[in-house]
Design a protein around this ligand. Structure first.
Ligand code: MTE
Ligand code: MO
Length: 381
């Protein structure tokens, strides 16, 4: 087989004018994904130096929805961008070492950019589909690679800036940056390719976003989940191995502050003052649904053990060995009126899969930190 040369690709669609435009949209998607990703990562840090605010309660829901929507939209854009610039892969290196070295470095940065972008979008997509066919931690890998991708992207933009600027200023059909033999018209126009890129990006984002809107979820290709009370279930009680303990008559919720411990049955909790709040569960995977939660305010439980306000609080699950087995609430969340130990969802006793006998629900937190099957509350510090 003969390796093609750059000149074997003659379509006039593979041009700087198209690459710059699709690249700009892709860059915007990456920027949105980066900003919202940093928020999501920080929101999951225990003992945050500066705690995130607990209001508005829908903030994480929006940023994480944007994160996954931007990542999903970037998939068709990246594929089209790669198709447009594909001939560059076969560009020979300059003969002179002095010129070849910078070119080689620049191509190296593009290799890093392309490979990390593919890994980020692919692992993100698989994460949305809840399929983890790898052995590494998704969160830390996705986080670390984001910086590698952004570094490579900045190098790429810096190197190409003059061409990008010029190409964006001119018309899409401008030929000044075209390769000399890239003249074959093809079956669609350059505007047609841009329209295809734009609509497929929007369609991908909509297909994903539909999964976050109750009632539209049947057309949501990317986020299928089983539901109870209209709220998806990520991990069932059975798969978490908590059914026996969660349904046992011996169940107690322990509230611990220093040497003071209170052990409460579910009936004890039901006998306390009940409150209801409408709060969303917003999963890092991008779906989010609001429910009407009823239960005991966490602050009331902290009062039972004489905990002063302004303390961090650790919440533990019956479940062990899971990223959700325990979580730390910063003081502003622990003391928030809306932070509940929920017993009821939409007017009915919490189902086993949604966290029976009691689960944590707090405003504006990633879903992964809304601990189900809570067994212990510890006042820290
Ligand atoms: N103990 C425990 N709590 C948990 C989980 C878990 O696996 N174990 N999953 C978390 C995740 S990732 C999310 S998005 C929410 C989902 O809550 P739901 O299943 O009630 O919708 O619960 C969180 N609480
Ligand atoms: Mo989640």
């Amino acid at each position: 087989m003969r390796i093609p040369s750059e000149d074997s690709f003659t379509s006039r669609l593979r041009s700087a004018a198209v690459a710059a435009r699709v690249g700009l949209w892709l860059g915007i998607c990456f920027l949105v994904a980066l900003a919202t990703g940093l928020i999501s990562h920080y929101a999951q840090v225990d003992h945050q130096p500066v705690p995130l605010p607990a209001s508005p309660s829908w903030f994480y829901r929006v940023t994480q929805g944007l994160h996954v929507a931007a990542g999903t939209a970037a998939i068709p854009l990246l594929l089209i961008k790669l198709w447009v610039v594909f001939p560059k892969l076969f560009q020979p290196l300059p003969r002179q070492v002095r010129e070849a070295l910078p070119t080689a470095l620049e191509r190296g940065s593009i290799a890093v950019l392309v490979s990390t972008s593919i890994v980020q979008l692919a692992t993100g997509l698989l994460n949305v589909a809840q399929w983890y066919p790898w052995g590494f931690s998704f969160r830390s890998t996705h986080y670390a690679l984001a910086f590698v991708a952004v570094g490579a992207l900045l190098v790429h933009i810096a190197v190409k800036l003059p061409i990008i600027r010029d190409a964006l200023k001119g018309d899409v059909d401008d030929t000044s940056h075209d390769r000399p033999n890239a003249v074959r018209p093809g079956s669609v126009s350059r505007r047609g390719v841009l329209a295809l890129a734009g609509t497929s990006a929007v369609a991908a984002a909509v297909l994903y976003a539909a999964g976050t809107v109750p009632g539209l979820s049947r057309i949501a290709a990317l986020s299928p989940r089983s539901r109870e009370h209209g709220i998806p279930i990520n991990r069932t009680a059975h798969s978490a191995g908590v059914v026996a303990e969660a349904s046992s008559a011996a169940y107690r919720l322990e509230v611990v502050h220093g040497a003071t411990t209170r052990s409460l049955t579910r009936d004890d909790l039901v006998a306390m003052k009940q409150r209801t709040h409408i709060l969303p569960i917003a999963c890092v995977e991008g779906w989010s649904v609001a429910g009407e939660w009823g239960g005991v305010r966490l602050r009331d439980l902290l009062d039972l053990v004489g905990a002063p306000p302004g303390r961090e609080v650790r919440v533990r699950s019956i479940q062990t060995f899971s990223a959700s087995a325990d979580t730390v609430l910063p003081p502003n969340f622990a003391d928030d009126d809306r932070t509940l130990m929920a017993l009821v969802l939409d007017g009915e006793t919490l189902s086993m899969d949604h966290g029976y006998p009691v689960r944590l629900i707090a405003p504006d937190r990633p879903g992964v930190m809304q601990t189900k099957w809570v067994s212990r509350i510890e006042v820290l510090g």
